[in-house]
Design a protein. Structure first.
Length: 124
């Protein structure tokens, strides 16, 4: 008689990359932080000011980049640094050229300047 194998024994287990992904701890936005960012982004899309976005996660920082025109470099980055990496706050808005526009420990405080900046520039 033949041996009976279970499906789990028959199927090969998927091979994972041999990199040290267990050692890498990426900085990510949690659900409430991403909700705040997407609310601000949605308002800007409706107003016709933002066109696209990108997300980037690394061991040093998480970044939500706002693009004003298609196919261009991101104009603003909403950044969350790893704890202890930035002494002036965990969150920040960084311009296209790398200049830190605002930093703080609360994301809502940091995003406030990005919302007001475009409203003021339209009034001129």
């Amino acid at each position: 008689m033949s041996n009976v194998l279970s499906i789990d024994e028959f199927r090969q287990k998927p091979r994972r990359a041999q990199s040290n992904t267990k050692d890498l701890k990426l900085v990510v936005f949690n659900r409430s932080e991403l909700d705040l960012i997407l609310q601000m982004y949605g308002k800007k899309v409706i107003a016709g000011e933002f066109r696209d976005y990108t997300l980037d996660f690394s061991p040093e920082r998480a970044s939500f980049s706002c693009i004003i025109k298609y196919g261009r470099i991101p104009d603003y980055h909403v950044v969350k640094w790893r704890k202890g990496m930035n002494s002036i706050g965990r969150f920040g808005i960084v311009s296209r050229v790398g200049k830190i526009i605002r930093c703080g420990s609360k994301l809502s405080y940091v995003l406030n300047i990005l919302e007001n900046r475009f409203q003021l520039s339209k009034a001129k």
